[in-house]
Design a protein around this ligand. Structure first.
Ligand code: HEC
Length: 118
């Protein structure tokens, strides 16, 4: 008789674990479409030389660059694809976007969208 409640308890724990794992797996999806912000950080080393400087200026030569931190993710994806495809003119940014795959663009966009300091 004592065995039955024990088995039930174990089943409950396993079910709860599965539920928690399923919820955790869903979290990143809800937060950021399909871009991987961590990989985006790795990919943006060169970008940050222009886009992460105080007052939105490139380091050298000095000129204005748009703010990307906290920018809408879908907007960044659209902008980078437009540069890559040549639909949006700007030689520097076209060169920057030229080698990025769709997945890398999604990752970069997820990263910049998640930053709020620049
Ligand atoms: C040499 C400086 C420089 C580097 C490096 C650079 N950018 Fe830019 N970026 C600019 C400038 C200048 C603009 C504005 C271009 C324009 O007027 O369209 C811009 C525009 C953009 C825009 C459009 C923003 C908007 O508000 O429309 C995005 C997105 C962007 N850059 C992403 C990146 C990413 C991602 C990288 C790295 C892979 C990168 N940039 C590297 C200078 C740079």
């Amino acid at each position: 008789m004592a065995m039955i409640p024990l088995v039930r308890t174990e089943t409950k724990i396993v079910t709860r674990k599965r539920l928690i794992m399923a919820l955790v797996a869903l979290l990143p999806l809800a937060a950021m479409a399909d871009g991987d912000a961590k990989n985006g950080r790795v990919l943006t080393d060169t970008c940050l030389g222009c886009h992460a400087i105080e007052n939105y200026r490139s380091l050298y030569p000095m000129y204005k660059v748009p703010k990307l931190g906290g920018q809408n993710e879908a907007y960044i994806v659209a902008a980078l694809k437009a540069y890559r495809d040549g639909a949006r003119p700007h030689k520097t940014m076209q060169a920057q976007a030229a080698t990025l795959s769709d997945q890398e663009i999604a990752d970069v966009a997820a990263y910049f969208a998640s930053r709020f300091d620049d």
